[in-house]
Design a protein around this ligand. Structure first.
Ligand code: HEC
Length: 151
């Protein structure tokens, strides 16, 4: 009788632990979909003017959340980027983001891209636009009162 009980308990144990063990095997890597930014997002206009206040706000968050990968000055040589051997583009080079719209940068900062984590859950839209303005300011000397000159 005791033996039967033990056997039942043993079988139960195996029954419970077997599926639990299966869950521990890592899931197969899913193929990565190409990164596309919806056209509406690409065309979205920046509602926040690149005022000194906006850029200063972006700079503050940059120091907390971005500099470890993108580098303090945006050169792409942050500590984590070096450790993880990430390919991070150099924002100090004006050519880097020349062809990107503010909407695209906003989308990437909000939703993340590749090895870059999304910032959107932590921050309101306005803060994200401040970051866009700050990223833009890295490529050139900030010219506070002048709007971007059309080419
Ligand atoms: C874990 C490292 C990491 C952190 C933290 C990080 N980034 Fe990135 N970021 C990357 C990488 C890597 C890429 C390139 C992604 C790709 O193209 O696959 C990237 C791309 C970008 C781009 C797009 C550049 C382009 O050409 O499309 C912008 C803009 C950007 N990051 C801004 C930010 C801002 C602002 C923050 C802070 C809120 C931030 N990143 C935090 C690693 C990081």
């Amino acid at each position: 009788m005791l033996k039967t009980l033990l056997t039942v308990a043993f079988l139960l144990l195996i029954g419970i632990s077997a599926p639990a063990q299966q869950e521990q095997t890592p899931p197969k890597a899913t193929p990565v979909a190409p990164y596309t930014i919806p056209i509406d997002a690409v065309r979205q206009a920046n509602p926040v003017k690149p005022t000194p206040e906006s850029i200063a706000g972006g700079k503050k968050w940059w120091g907390y959340d971005c500099a470890m990968c993108h580098g303090k000055d945006g050169d792409g040589k942050g500590d984590i980027a070096e450790d993880m051997k990430l390919k991070v583009t150099d924002f100090t080079n004006p050519a880097t983001l020349k062809d990107r719209t503010d909407g695209e940068l906003f989308y990437v900062i909000k939703n993340g891209k590749g090895d870059m984590p999304p910032e959107g859950k932590r921050m309101k839209s306005e803060g994200l636009w401040d970051l866009v303005n700050y990223v833009r300011s890295l490529a050139k000397k900030p010219a506070p009162s002048e709007d971007k000159a059309p080419q």
